[in-house]
Ligand binder design. Structure first.
Ligand SMILES: CC(C)(COP(=O)(O)OP(=O)(O)OC[C@H]1O[C@@H](n2cnc3c(N)ncnc32)[C@H](O)[C@@H]1OP(=O)(O)O)[C@@H](O)C(=O)NCCC(=O)NCCS
Length: 178
């Protein structure tokens, strides 16, 4: 069973984490705690209940601004958004340990991040979640969940918060149905 909880300095062994991307590893090893301490972002880790110190994945979230002009006009019109800077959430990093790739941990963490961002939006507002796919290869992973590119070749993707809520309702319905 995978548990997702906030990164804790005295509990989680972050130096052993390897996801295949050096920058993502380094952030967890060296910067994640400082970023939390400074209020820049928050990092959540996926751990296995068998060994709760062992990080099998992590994601980092923070707030962001979305320029209405950068969103597709069709979305701006459909959601009747004003044409200025809009509040949003940013999933700044998401990575899974090499030994558990392809086992669903990435999907579990992305859904957890989406639910967290929706709760933040419920409290203080927010029109979309933004993610930065580090490589073209990873874009389909996000597209499966309804994320769309800002522009045709862009590695920055977004999903309207209204769509996030619909997806979370579907997932919850599937969970209840068993
Ligand atoms: C991208 C990443 C987070 C996916 O995590 P994961 O746990 O392996 O993904 P899941 O097991 O939940 O996969 C869910 C589905 O997405 C697909 N998928 C996973 N990674 C993919 C990728 N890079 N490209 C396309 N599809 C991908 C899987 O095949 C799976 O499909 P299936 O259910 O039909 O088999 C992980 O591969 C990773 O950490 N990569 C290195 C770091 C990185 O690039 N992070 C993203 C940028 S922030």
């Amino acid at each position: 069973v995978i548990i997702i909880e906030s990164l804790q300095k005295n509990k989680h062994h972050r130096l052993a984490f390897r996801c295949g991307n050096e920058a993502l590893d380094r952030f967890l090893h060296e910067h994640a705690h400082q970023a939390v301490a400074k209020g820049l972002s928050k990092t959540y880790v996926a751990i296995d209940e068998v060994d709760e110190t062992n990080i099998v994945g992590y994601y980092t979230v923070t707030t962001c601004e979305v320029e209405a002009g950068e969103l597709p006009l069709s979305i701006v019109r459909m959601l009747k958004l004003p044409h200025h800077k809009l509040p949003g959430s940013l999933v700044a990093r998401l990575a899974v340990c090499e030994s558990v790739k392809g086992m669903g941990v990435g999907s579990l963490m992305l859904l957890d991040a989406m639910a967290r961002c929706a709760r933040v939006a419920d409290e203080i507002g927010g029109v979309a979640i933004v993610v930065d796919a580090l490589e073209e290869d990873v874009v389909p992973f996000y597209e499966r969940f309804g994320f769309m590119r800002f522009e045709p070749a862009s590695l920055r993707l977004f999903i309207p918060m209204a769509s996030v809520r619909e997806i979370l309702d579907i997932v919850e319905g599937q969970r209840v149905a068993g």
